[in-house]
Design a protein around this ligand. Structure first.
Ligand SMILES: Cc1cc2nc3c(=O)[nH]c(=O)nc-3n(C[C@H](O)[C@H](O)[C@H](O)COP(=O)(O)O)c2cc1C
Length: 332
């Protein structure tokens, strides 16, 4: 079980790892910020009372990279220095981009595992054959945050990918499932589909350790019926200016006022002006009631986030629930 949102800093990553999952620091836009966060994580983990964590040969958290954002040459010294147990790669401009990253990471830190997240059967096959990742996370369309613009839910995407991997002799690469997994029932379902683990993002927006504005968290807690109150769109990447993301990616956010205005025909320039004004306010443009102007990245499972708990409690609860769900189904 892993927690990778960009809003995942050291505190969330450490709490998930200490609870027996794998915590990840989410994709940063600055190498300097990442360095500070890795230093913080490394110091905290060394003084952990859990000896498995404190004495680990590699840093027992993962680090996520949006590979179109940072330059590999700037990142490699950090990986060499901190040696995270997992480097998580997402959003390469082209699928070939993962090859260079995977080779670079393995060269400077041979023990580090390379995990790649992607969103289609064909992309998964291509990445498996070229970058040869240690694991692939198959991200379904329900996921919060960025993902393939064209997508399917993991209920069909995961088993089709697993079948394709078996047919092509790639079954040695473990598949993880992401997108809409919120509790133990979701974990049990993902395991039944053929996943060997799950990645959860939206659920941790309801954690104490997540790095989000309180108004963002309030909107997440209030949201119900995720298929109705979230939407995938390129608009969310255009709110503050030109869209920097590769074209095949969009993102799922709460269907905020900016989105409603666009659907109602407001010009993009006016939406951007209102957005850029709103983010200067105390609530940084995040509001409940879908009235906000800033994106609130969240998946269709958002209605299942109903309170704020420690990340450790979330991991332990989900683990217990999944055992229970699997037992219940086995007994049918
Ligand atoms: C707020 C938020 C931020 C995210 N940031 C990242 C990121 O920086 N890098 C990344 O690879 N995935 C990111 N994701 C997507 C996750 O990797 C994952 O696919 C997704 O959260 C799984 O679906 P779920 O949100 O329904 O649990 C983010 C998701 C959310 C909700």
């Amino acid at each position: 079980m892993a927690a990778p949102p960009a809003s995942a800093g050291p505190a969330l990553a450490i709490a998930v790892t200490e609870a027996g999952g794998l915590g990840l620091i989410g994709g940063r836009f600055s190498v300097d910020i990442l360095r500070t966060q890795l230093q913080e994580a490394s110091q905290t983990l060394k003084s952990s009372t859990n000896s498995l964590v404190a004495d680990a040969a590699l840093l027992p958290i993962g680090v996520g990279f949006l590979t179109f954002v940072l330059k590999l040459d700037d990142v490699l010294p950090l990986i060499e220095e901190f040696r995270p147990c997992v480097v998580w790669l997402f959003v390469a401009r082209t699928l070939e981009g993962y090859v260079e990253w995977a080779e670079g990471v393995r060269r400077v830190s041979p023990g580090t595992k390379v995990w790649v997240q992607t969103g289609s059967v064909s992309a998964a096959l291509h990445i498996a054959k070229t970058a040869k990742p240690d694991a692939l996370c198959i991200q379904g369309a329900d996921a919060g945050g960025h993902g393939f613009e064209k997508g399917a839910g993991i209920i069909s995407l995961l088993p089709e990918t697993a079948d394709a991997f078996r047919n092509e002799g790639l079954s040695h690469i473990p598949l993880l499932a992401a997108g809409g997994i919120m509790d133990g029932r979701g974990v049990a379902a993902a395991l039944a589909l053929g996943a060997e683990g799950v990645v959860m993002g939206t659920r941790f927006l309801g954690s104490r350790e997540v790095e989000i504005h309180p108004a963002y968290q309030a909107a997440v807690l209030e949201a119900q019926d995720g298929g109705q109150v979230t939407v995938r769109s390129h608009l969310f990447d255009e709110l503050s200016g030109p869209n920097m993301w590769p074209e095949m990616y969009d993102g799922r956010s709460l269907a905020i006022q900016s989105h409603k205005d666009r659907v109602d025909g407001m010009e993009l320039e006016e939406i951007q002006r209102l957005h850029n004004e709103a983010v200067k306010e105390r609530d940084e443009g995040f509001k409940t009631g879908l009235h906000g102007r800033a994106a609130i990245w969240a998946g269709t499972g958002v209605g299942l986030v109903s309170g704020v708990e420690g990340a450790r409690e979330i991991v332990e609860r989900v683990r217990g629930e999944s055992r229970e769900a699997l037992g219940r189904v086995a007994g049918l």
